[in-house]
Design a protein around this ligand. Structure first.
Ligand code: NDP
Length: 465
């Protein structure tokens, strides 16, 4: 970057959107000497901090408390009947989120980044309208994230989306969750755990498409055991609202279901409406995601994009990773690349899922055959309590190289466990490496290093039968 070029603009970099990816890119760019500004029209920290990962996880903790209370009796504790107060949880959560908003503001100001609490739109590839003010930048980074999709069937306007769940005036008595992805299963677990009579509807045969089939089936069984009314091959065709506020959902198949709340969790779309992409020459794909190359450069050479708006992998740590690559390559002369292989992930369902690598179907498709090591058991904690919840652990091993190519778990702390194993996984650990690792006893995680004999061999020909 030449000084003359850079100083003919107000900033070297203008970031639109102060979510996880945008904030990290802004801070790292500034740390590498760039003059940086960032605009945020809604809340600092974006989806993850405000209406996503963080408050969702706090709600998940709350929803697990009744299980702990139930388990207590077997351990000798007498605990009074639990009572739940939604406004306390909601408002404590909001106070914590506001604390985090403040931290994000400090991070930006300490990094020397200029913050505009305003909506920014593109006027051209170097010019922005920021709350009515014209601002120029040598480079612009779009990190505006996504927003929940809303369906179009009659009466869909009576439903809510995940953003709304964090600020409900009151907790419903009954709820329907429509969808079968991360957000739907997580909220079905949260609502049920908080005492809401919960029905989850999914349009296909089995929810969590893309996850390992045994994981999907195990979670479905455990959710049903807990009392979630899971219905597959079912959608809402229309919804009516009665005068008393009751919603009546007409389901495919002819049945009607009365409820107090319908949550649509049917995917998210890039948040690009009215952003001025055309004016700047920034192209999008058929789904509205901004097209970028390996350096996150859009079709306009001075404009870049990272995070959910490019719709590669919609996960906070991925957006942060992309932001780092952008900042260090652009302002520190590095040539980093984001590695999208084997990204571990968790679904904070009840019970949670932790996963890294391939599903069995993917592994068979890639390698032709894999050895499957699988165990389903009642974790020790559930023995005295009488809790019937079972955990599932599954390893997929490619027989020729002995490499572990998939690792999956459903059960308590699955996310924490998968995170640890993901390091070994990415380092190329073989089954022999797992076997030679001494277990930590007694834990659930030790099962991953003590499964000696394969349960079965999965092969392409058998999978196709
Ligand atoms: P997903 O894309 O994960 O799931 C969308 C779900 O809605 C799928 O089950 C899909 O079905 C279904 N669906 C889509 N369109 C319709 C429709 N018109 N009618 C009925 N059902 C429909 O989206 P989410 O909204 O759950 O989450 C968005 C992203 O956010 C995730 O992909 C994930 O990356 C991220 N996320 C991550 C979390 C985590 O890491 N723990 C937590 C929450 C979100 P089908 O499968 O048949 O297409």
């Amino acid at each position: 970057m030449s000084d003359t070029a850079s100083h003919s603009y107000d900033y070297d970099l203008f970031v639109i959107g102060a979510g996880s990816g945008g904030v990290r890119a802004a801070r790292m760019s500034s740390a590498n000497g760039a003059r940086v500004a960032i605009a945020e029209e809604r809340f600092l920290g974006g989806t993850c901090v405000n209406v996503g990962c963080v408050p969702k996880k706090l709600f998940t903790y709350a929803a697990h408390v009744p299980d702990e209370v139930k388990d207590a009796a077997g351990y000798g504790w007498t605990v009074g009947a639990p009572r739940f107060d939604w406004p306390t949880l909601r408002d404590n959560k909001t106070a914590e989120i506001e604390r985090l908003n403040g931290i994000y503001e400090k991070l930006l100001s300490n990094a020397g980044v200029t913050l505009y609490n305003a909506r920014a739109t593109l006027v051209d590839a170097h010019t922005l309208d920021v709350g009515g003010e014209t601002v120029t930048a040598e480079r612009i980074l779009i990190a505006v994230g996504g927003r929940p999709n809303r369906p179009s069937e009659p009466g869909a306007e009576y439903g809510v989306v995940s953003d709304d769940m964090f600020y409900l005036d009151e907790l419903p008595k009954r709820a329907i969750v429509a969808g079968g992805g991360y957000i739907a299963v997580e909220f079905a677990g949260i609502l049920h755990g908080l005492g809401v009579e919960t029905t989850q509807l999914y349009r296909g045969d089995m929810f969590l498409r893309g996850f390992d089939d045994d994981v999907r089936a195990h979670l479905a069984e455990e959710m049903r055991k807990k009392g979630v009314d899971l219905r597959f091959n079912t959608i809402i065709e229309k919804t009516e609202k009665r005068e008393d506020g009751t919603l009546v959902a007409h389901l495919s198949g002819g049945e009607t279901l009365e409820t107090d709340l319908i949550l649509y969790a049917i995917g998210r779309s890039p948040n690009t409406d009215g952003l001025g992409l055309e004016a700047a020459g920034v192209e999008t794909d058929a789904k509205g995601a901004i097209k970028v190359d390996d350096d996150y450069r859009t079709t306009a050479s001075s404009v870049y994009a990272i995070g959910d708006v490019i719709d590669r992998v919609q996960l906070t740590p991925v957006a942060i990773g992309e932001g780092m690559v952008f900042a260090f390559n652009t302002f520190a002369g590095q040539s980093r690349k984001m590695d999208y292989r084997d990204i571990p992930s968790a679904v904070f369902s009840h019970p949670p899922i932790g996963s890294v690598g391939l599903s069995e179907a993917e592994a068979v498709a890639e390698y032709g055959a894999v050895d499957v090591y699988q165990a389903s058991f009642r974790p020790m904690k559930n023995t005295l309590s009488g809790n019937q919840e079972k955990a599932l652990m599954k390893l997929l091993v490619e027989p020729k190289s002995d490499r572990v190519v998939g690792l999956h778990m459903v059960g308590p702390e699955a996310g924490e466990i998968a995170q640890g194993f993901a390091v070994a996984f990415r380092a190329g650990a073989t089954k022999a490496d797992f076997d030679s690792t001494v277990g930590i006893h007694p834990t659930s995680a030790e099962e991953f290093v003590t499964m000696r004999e394969p349960t079965r061999r999965a092969e392409a020909s058998k999978a196709a039968e």
